[in-house]
Design a protein around this ligand. Structure first.
Ligand SMILES: [Zn+2]
Length: 124
């Protein structure tokens, strides 16, 4: 008996082996799911977890404020020339943003009870 079709364990359709991605870990040396099902699953997954990923990054930033600031500072110190040029090109916009950022930091500080802050803009 020559096996050249395989049942996809996802869509339950019999498909030729060419319709499966090769994977040595599986029986017949191909995936249990056909290409179509694998692609669909992967795109569904990334769609379903897009917001989750974003939320996780946001949560991390909130829980690691100092670390995240540190990373920003590090990036800035490593890209001094770029920042210089960027600052010169965005002078007005930047002063507006800094002002807005400072106001927001003040609000955050008032609502939080963080006693020690290494924030360079909020030395008290
Ligand atoms: Zn399938």
């Amino acid at each position: 008996m020559c096996i050249n079709v395989k049942l996809c364990s996802k869509c339950k359709l019999e498909k030729p082996l060419e319709d499966y991605y090769k994977n040595k870990r599986f029986l017949f040396g191909v995936h249990a799911w056909c290409k179509k099902c694998l692609i669909k699953n992967a795109s569904d997954y990334s769609k379903a977890h897009k917001e989750k990923c974003k939320a996780r990054t946001k949560l991390w930033r909130q829980n690691n404020l100092e670390r995240s600031r540190e990373l920003v500072r590090k990036w800035h110190s490593e890209h001094k020339d770029y920042m210089k040029q960027w600052r010169a090109a965005h002078k007005e916009r930047l002063s507006f943003l800094v002002k807005r950022w400072r106001d927001r930091q003040k609000e955050i500080k008032q609502s939080e009870t963080i006693s020690s802050s290494t924030d360079p803009f909020c030395k008290s």
